[in-house]
Design a protein around this ligand. Sequence first.
Ligand SMILES: Cc1cc2nc3c(=O)[nH]c(=O)nc-3n(C[C@H](O)[C@H](O)[C@H](O)COP(=O)(O)O)c2cc1C
Length: 372
Amino acid sequence: MTATASRAADILSRPTSINGLTVPNRIAMAPMTRAHSPGGIPGANVASYYARRAAAGVGLIVTEGTTVGHDSAGQSDDIPRFHGEEQLAGWAKVAEEVHAAGGTIVPQLWHIGMVREQGQPPYADAPAVGPSGLRPGADEPTGKAMTQRDLDDVIGAFTEAAAAAERIGFDGVELHGAHGYLIDQFLWAGTNRRTDAYGGDPVARARFAQEIVAAVRETVSPSFPVIFRYSQWKMGAYDARLAETPEELEAILAPLAAAGVDAFHASTRRYWVPEFDGSDLNLAGWSKKLTGKPVITVGSVGLDGEFIKGFQGEGASVKGFDDLLDRLESEEVDLIAVGRALLQDPEWAAKVLAGRFDELQPFDAAALATLS
Ligand SMILES: Cc1cc2nc3c(=O)[nH]c(=O)nc-3n(C[C@H](O)[C@H](O)[C@H](O)COP(=O)(O)O)c2cc1C
C-alpha cells in the first residue's frame, strides 16, 4: 500500500458516533433518488442495491428521499413512500438486509413542497403547497400558501414517519431540509414571503424546521439520531444562499440544534470550497464550529478522473484525497458522504479502504439508468 492508501484506510476505518448510534467507519452513502419503487414500495431490488454497498464497507447509508404521509409530499409513483403498510414492510426489509451486511441506515424523510405540479402522482388531486405558494425562482404564486392546519399536518407526517423508522428497525432519520424542497422553501427568503411567525428574519424562517425537529425529537427515543440535511444551493438556483455570513448561519442552525438535531449534513456540490471569506472551513465545517454537532460533508468525492488521480498519488487539479483525509483527521468533519461515485460502483468503499485506487472509475451518467 502507498502512504496515502494506508492513511486512508486508517482514517476512514475509525468508528464514529451520532447520538446513540455507532457508525462503523467514516464513509456514508449520500441520498440519491432512484425512482425504482413502483407504488412507492421499495422491493427486493432496492434492498439489495443498498445492502451491496453496505457489504462493501459503506458505514452509514442515507436512503434516497422517501416521502412522508402527506398527499402533497411527492411527485411520482416510483419514488418510495415512508407510509403505508406495504411500503413500510418493503423498507423494513431494506433495513434488515443492510444490517445483515454490517451497515447502518437512515431514511431521508422528504416533502417536496412547491416543486410538485398539480396532477402529478401519487395523489393527483393534491395541491402544491409551500410557505407562500411560490416555486423556487418564481415571483408569482402557483400553489397554496400553507395554513396553520397544513403546517400541523406536515409536522404530524414527519413525526409519524420518524416513529415508523424507529419501529421498523432503522438506525435514525435524516430530515431533508435541502435543495429547495419544502423545509428549505421555509428557510430561504426567495420562497418564504410570509409575514407571520414563520417568515421574516433567519430565525423566523427556521421556525417550521425547528418545530418539525422538536416534534420528531419528542416522539422518538432520546438516543435515536436525528440528522438534518440542508444546503445553500437550490435545484435551479445554484447560487442561492440561506446565509451570507457565519452569524446568519448560526441564527438558522442554533435553534435546530437546540430543538434536537444530532448531526448536520451540509450539502455542497464541491466539499473543498470554503464557505465564507477568511477561513478554509467548508459548510459542514462551519456547521460543526457553530453548533458543536457531528457533521457529514459531501460534494464531488471521487467523482472524476482528476480526483481519482489524487487518490492514486499523482496530484490533482482539484483538491484530492489528502485534503479530505486532513479534514477528517482534524475533526473539521466527521463523515464523508459519497453520491455519484457510489452509484456508479457498489464496490467503491471496499476499493478505497483496501487501497485499490487503480480500480476506481470516473462517474458515467449511464449508471443512472439502472439500479445495480
Ligand atoms: C441521481 C441523484 C439523485 C439525488 N437525489 C437526492 C435526494 O433524494 N436527496 C438529497 O438530499 N440529495 C439528492 N441528491 C444529491 C446527492 O445526495 C449529493 O449531495 C450530490 O450528488 C453530490 O454528491 P456527489 O458529488 O458525491 O455525487 C441526488 C443526486 C443524484 C446524482
